[in-house]
Design a protein around this ligand. Structure first.
Ligand code: SF4
Ligand code: SF4
Length: 547
């Protein structure tokens, strides 16, 4: 027996096989189209009530609603199912994995209310920014996802941003992390996908040394034509390092198949007390065995070593005996299929029926899945936030007059200069330069202003420092070489205005004062230059002293 019914603590459930997206490396995608053998179906509230008794739900600690072949929130009864489950077990940690590209703002607000037990969260799969996200997660739109995530977060929901890193988006990881912080995501997780793993490596180890094959997966359009490749990131840090382990294993064992033959199996489902339930209501020990059982039917795989799980299914009487719509979960996990899977771990080798998928995922020397995750809790992106702010106004001289750029905040809808906080060991000038470059790509001459204000820490999101109630804000001007700015996602628009207009539009008095000082200094400098007076070089005005 893999485990006893009373030891079940977690459920991974696929509520539906329907999806609004068509990700390149998803199991539902078959050469650019939805796998023709995939049955589009879902679990209803009625099904869930039949499958999950209140007593069973109460014994669970966690549940994840994560599609193997579908987007969970597309299940018609999704909200009702979540309500039912949490009503039976209000302490359950319920994680919903979504592409976030569907539903209205109201819907996401309601979900935040429903998931409000302080433990549950929504994990948004956002693989890049506006210009890259949909390359992989096709059919979803970045602005819609952020709109939905914001609606969810502002209504009190706990959100996580999962970012699968590829070559085409690796340069955006840090900016995405910053956006996630500003929007209030609790966790930002880099996913170093294991899906570049290729079944053919097992057959032909020589392929691994060919970078061509190793780091690429083909990309198909919806007519089944190859249109390009999706590629591993260049930065090793973003690569799943189990790909390196595979090379070592081949060296040690001769081939991956030989490693699978010999490796002892430590079942993760047993360790965590987890079961998987498909959108058709079938119970498996985990989603890997579920997917593997479909290989022959879905993708026409004929390799006998890949079909051990399907054979176990056949020998145990077929899928009907795994249906939680017909049989209690207890009965299923004590049934023949679960016993055959467990028995297979101790068989001599794959040829004799040892489960390849179990050896691949739960052999003790290789764990591609676990090594995918690296999150912001590990502080890999987090530079220490310093207790000060910077405020910067870009200026541009046009026909002898100065214009000033101001920016409209996307979330709060008011006009301001560029603002941000110091990080790591930065002095205010360095922080100003970084913020300006990140927000507008201006990399030019800065003027330090004398204007300075203080800001209550409660206006700075989650940042807190011991004993600090207000932080100083240092102000700067920066010369723009062009009026064409590339603004970041944080602002919805920007404009170039003469001093009086910009002054009127700004919300805060501290912004107005800094702009007044900048305008005065620039015009004064211009007047002195016209009169041939000696003026201090702009470099002398640069703030170089540390806070
Ligand atoms: S969003 Fe999820 S279920 Fe849908 S295609 Fe992408 S990976 Fe597959
Ligand atoms: S792949 Fe096999 S060994 Fe691993 S968790 Fe699933 S059933 Fe257990």
């Amino acid at each position: 027996m893999i485990y006893d019914f009373k030891d079940i603590r977690g459920v991974h459930i696929e509520l539906t096989t329907k999806c609004n997206s068509n990700c390149t490396m998803c199991g539902r995608n078959f050469h650019g189209i939805v796998c023709p053998k995939l049955k589009l179906t879902e679990l209803s509230l009625k099904d869930c009530k039949r499958i999950f008794s209140p007593e069973f739900l109460r014994q669970l600690k966690n549940m994840s609603m994560c599609g193997v072949y579908g987007e969970p929130t597309l299940a018609k009864d999704f909200l009702e199912i979540v309500k039912y489950i949490l009503a039976c077990n209000p302490k359950l940690k319920l994680d919903v994995y979504t592409n976030g590209g569907i539903h209205s703002v109201d819907w996401w607000q309601e979900l935040a209310q429903v998931l409000n037990n302080g433990k549950s969260k929504v994990v948004f799969g956002i693989d890049g920014l506006k210009n890259t996200h949909s390359i992989y997660r096709r059919g979803t739109k970045f602005p819609i996802i952020l709109r939905n995530a914001q609606a969810f977060i502002r209504s009190g929901g706990i959100a996580e941003w999962d970012f699968i890193v590829f070559k085409h988006n690796e340069h955006q990881v840090k900016e995405a992390y910053k956006i996630s912080k500003k929007l209030g995501f609790k966790i930002f997780q880099v996913k170093r996908t294991s899906r570049f793993y290729n079944y053919f490596y097992e057959q032909d180890p020589a392929l691994i040394s060919q970078n061509e094959q190793f780091g690429k997966k083909p990309f198909y359009n919806n007519k089944g034509q190859k249109t390009g490749d999706i590629e591993l990131p260049n930065n090793n840090y973003y690569r799943n390092d189990s790909l390196k382990t595979i090379k070592k294993l081949i060296k040690e064992y001769g081939s991956l198949i030989k490693y699978f033959d010999k490796v002892p199996i430590k079942c993760q489902a047993r360790k965590t007390g987890g079961i998987f339930i498909s959108a058709t209501g079938l119970v498996f020990p985990c989603c890997w065995v579920y997917q593997q059982s479909n290989y022959g039917i879905f993708y026409g795989v004929r390799d006998l070593l890949e079909l051990n799980e399907a054979n176990a299914l056949y020998k145990s009487g077929g899928i009907k005996f795994l249906s939680a719509k017909k049989y209690p979960i207890k009965h299923i996990i004590n049934g023949k299929f679960f016993k055959l899977i467990e028995k297979s771990w101790y068989l001599q080798d794959l040829k004799n029926g040892k489960s390849k998928v179990c050896a691949r995922h739960c052999g003790y020397q290789l764990d591609m899945h676990k090594r995918q995750h690296y999150n912001s809790k590990n502080k890999i992106f987090e530079k220490k936030r310093l207790p000060y702010q910077v405020l910067v106004f870009p200026y541009f001289k046009e026909r002898g007059n100065y214009l000033y750029a101001i920016f409209k905040r996307k979330d709060l809808k008011f006009w301001q200069g560029i603002s941000g906080g110091g990080e790591g060991n930065e002095i205010p000038l360095q922080a100003a330069k970084r913020e300006v470059f990140e927000e507008t790509k201006i990399d030019s001459e800065f003027i330090q202003l004398d204007s300075k204000t203080t800001i209550p820490v409660e206006n700075l999101g989650n940042y807190r420092w011991k004993g600090v109630l207000v932080v100083p804000e240092f102000a700067f001007g920066v010369k723009a070489r062009s009026k064409d700015l590339k603004i970041s996602h944080e602002h919805s628009e920007y404009g170039w205005f003469p001093f009086e207009e910009a002054h009127k539009l700004l919300k805060y008095d501290s912004n107005k004062t800094a702009l007044w000082e900048l305008n005065y200094r620039l015009n004064e400098k211009q007047r002195k230059e016209r009169n041939g007076q000696v003026i201090r070089s702009s470099k002398a005005r640069l703030l170089e002293k540390r806070v």
